[in-house]
Design a protein. Structure first.
Length: 450
């Protein structure tokens, strides 16, 4: 077994924490979490999501980082080698492949939405929203997404920027995240303070934290669970490949807890910044993917120095998306470098082109092809549902099953090196029984079998 990665290593624990949090904290926290919470009725959804983070997300994240560090290669090759080492079937490497496909699909739409954030940097910065009413802000958003050329241009620019960082490898990733994560947290806190002062804060707090289970459906529960995977970047090899670059002396358990806490904190802060504005302006919490683009500009348009804070916010949102998108494509790039003998640059160009092309589908699904639906879902909706609600949880439980059932207890305890045997036994219990069962039950409930 190789003990070092051919792609390099993180220079410190902090670098890994920042890179992994950079992957975890992204559009999922700030753009997606608020709008799916709005669509699924609030409190009960948030509670299910938090429980999923705790009992499914954290143990599976530990498993993924552990597998990555033990294999030290792209997820496809890591799974192949670890399966061989444990005497398991070579079909386990398919898991790596499923992750690569999920990464392409997610990045293809992720990049389009990140493009929206970039476009909003320019809009907010040039004062377009100054003093504009809630209706005005909504109509500006509507006009923007109705224009496929604009969306395509921003999507293309974002893809180029992502591939540029990936082409520079581990060092490139490290430098980018070091300053951005703390800055993002600061501006979110500032927005929450604004929302407390100017918005319907009390109403937002009840909406987010009072669980009324009559408001959530079994599909909502599936969405909450899928989002736990999505927001922690689990079930597609992103965290696994980052684990492959983790030095051996760093503790996986405590590092995972820090990343999960940071990720959850950002999502909740985003909720607390957005919903007070939603309620104060009589907006619809369930208005979908445009939610933050239709709410936050109202706040920025009315607060002192709003265009400066607003610009900063969308810059940071773009950065958060950037540091996540890098990890979405890294498993594919690492595999191309390892198996096809490609330079990192070439690998980036090929994988970037494929992703960009699939992204055109999402661009059109907000305008020309908005009526082209299957089961009432547009191309974008289908990609989102298929990846977050099905592929990530499915791969996630396979990872749990592999770590719990296929690998030996000695191997996992050697690699995880948890402080006490009791902690290790608890982790094993979660990945062996709780995670797979929970995911299967949620799946069966969503297709109404139980
Ligand atoms: N975790 C990221 C977010 O919340 C998205 C992501 C999913 C990144 C899967 C990598 C892998 O935005």
């Amino acid at each position: 077994m190789k003990k070092t990665s051919q792609h390099g290593e993180w220079s410190s624990r902090l670098a890994f924490v920042l890179a992994a949090s950079g992957s975890a904290v992204g559009l999922g926290n700030i753009w997606k979490f608020p709008y799916i919470t709005g669509e699924n009725g609030g409190g009960a959804f948030v509670l299910v999501y938090l429980v999923c983070i705790l009992v499914i997300g954290i143990p599976i994240m530990m498993a993924e980082i552990m597998l990555g560090r033990r294999g030290r290669q792209s997820p496809v090759n890591t799974m192949r080698d670890l399966a061989k080492e444990a005497g398991g079937s070579r079909f386990w490497s398919l898991l790596g492949w499923l992750g690569v496909v999920a990464g392409f699909l997610i990045l293809s739409y992720y990049s389009v939405i990140a493009g929206w954030a970039m476009a909003y940097v320019v809009r907010v910065g040039s004062g377009v929203f100054d003093g504009v009413t809630a209706d005005g802000v909504s109509s500006i958003f509507g006009q923007f997404v109705a224009d496929p050329e604009k969306l395509l241009a921003w999507h293309s620019l974002f893809m180029i920027l992502t591939m540029l960082v990936v082409a520079r490898g581990v060092k490139g990733l490290e430098r980018t995240v070091k300053f951005l994560m703390p800055a993002l947290l600061m501006i979110l806190i500032l927005l929450v303070v604004y929302a407390m002062d100017q918005g319907s804060f009390q109403q937002a707090v009840s909406f987010l934290f009072e669980a009324d289970f009559s408001k959530i459906t079994s599909d909502g529960i599936l969405t909450a669970m899928g989002h736990a995977f999505f927001t922690l970047s689990l079930g597609m090899g992103a965290i696994m490949v980052y684990g492959a670059y983790l030095p051996s002396n760093i503790s996986i358990g405590s590092t995972t807890v820090i990343i999960a806490l940071a990720d959850t904190a950002v999502a909740l802060l985003a909720g607390l910044a957005i919903f007070p504005i939603v309620f104060a302006n009589g907006l619809e919490p369930g208005s979908g993917p445009g939610l933050i683009f239709q709410t936050l500009p109202i706040a920025f348009g009315h607060m002192a120095f709003g265009s400066i804070f607003g610009t900063l916010f969308f810059v940071l949102l773009f950065f958060a998306a950037w540091t996540s998108s890098i990890s979405l494509i890294e498993p594919a790039v690492a595999w191309l470098v390892e198996n096809k003998n490609m330079s990192r640059m070439r690998a980036c160009i090929w994988s970037g082109l494929v992703t960009w092309f699939v992204g055109i589908g999402t661009v059109l699904s907000f305008n020309i092809a908005a009526d082209l639906t299957l089961f009432g879902k547009t191309f974008f909706d289908i990609l989102d549902y298929l990846t977050a609600n099905i592929m990530l949880p499915l791969c996630g439980i396979c990872i749990a099953i592999f770590a719990g059932w296929v690998m030996s207890k000695e191997a996992t305890s050697d690699e995880l090196n948890l402080k006490s045997p009791l902690l290790h036994t608890s982790w094993l219990f979660l990945v062996k029984f709780v995670c797979p069962l929970a995911v299967v039950i949620v799946f069966l409930k969503a297709i109404s079998v139980i």
